[in-house]
Design a protein around this ligand. Sequence first.
Ligand SMILES: Cc1ncc(COP(=O)(O)O)c(C=O)c1O
Length: 354
Amino acid sequence: MTKIENLIRPHLKCLSAYSSARDEFSGKAKIFLDANENALGSALYPKLNRYPDPYQLDLKKAIGKLKHIPPEQIFLGNGSDEPIDLLIRLFCEPKQDKIVLCPPTYGMYQVSASINNVDVLDIPLNESFHLETEKILEQADPDCKLLFLCSPNNPTGNLLRPEAIELLLSKFGSIVVIDEAYIDFAKAPSWTKRLSEFPNLVVLQTFSKAWGLAGLRLGMAFASEEIIGWLNKIKSPYNLSSLTQKAALKALNNETLINQQAHKILAMREDLKEKLLSLPFVETVYHSDANFLLIKTKHADSVYQSLLQKEIVVRNRSQIKQCEGGLRITVGTESENAQLIKALQSFNPENHTS
Ligand SMILES: Cc1ncc(COP(=O)(O)O)c(C=O)c1O
């Protein structure tokens, strides 16, 4: 495995990171005249006149306590989409380096790579949506700086096999990112438990799924102190608002409730799966370790349109390679699931052309 320092884009190694007003001061102070804020404050939000903590230390300590990870190994971003982008910016020289993806998978890896003018080497999952480890190791060259693995995978829903991930962590010469956005729904340990074994491992998690806080925009990256240090160096100074930090700190006290909810969502998923399977036009409901189900039907586009007419939106994945005929359906509330099933029961393929 190449040293992390040698994987960083050369021009970033000598970057003088922006030093914010709050970076340059530590300790206690009574009067803050260092950041050109409005000292009189906002009438509506009097406590928001100050810049937030740029390193979100209280929140990192609380997350770290919950996950048994030191704050120095935690990066917090505006959703996990922020660390996805920053990792590409940190490791990949445009038009020279590449990232490796295993489609069908989460679309933002490709989009972030394109925004950064970084090429993608696609090594698709096999027919059972599992990793082609040998092909990845054969085809990835030293310019492949990042390998993105999504487990449980979106849109297929399945966990990737731990033996395959472990092999890639040992043999892929560069950084392996495991996106665990849906891990709280899966019956599998997080790869954060293995951080000390693999210096090239980055684990992504989010408050958008099981934590029920997609509107907050809070994502987490866990990695070695060295990688987290680099991410902190290139992030924008105040990337998380005070409101986000405060709300997340409060939400962390609710872990028991979150676990209960995840449990309930899984029970509802199984119920939904059974009902979907009973529909004559549904060919397959794939195994899921997440809070959504991928179904396969010959009539994906017309099912999608007929649901839209009833103001029900699912995700049409039928145009994606290896997901032909695929609709991804999030588990909703009991009432939403019942309405979905009712709408699907009234769908008649014979009234539609596709
Ligand atoms: C696999 C995966 N990773 C990351 C994200 C984005 O998460 P966030 O809301 O934290 O940006 C999603 C959102 O759907 C996802 O499915």
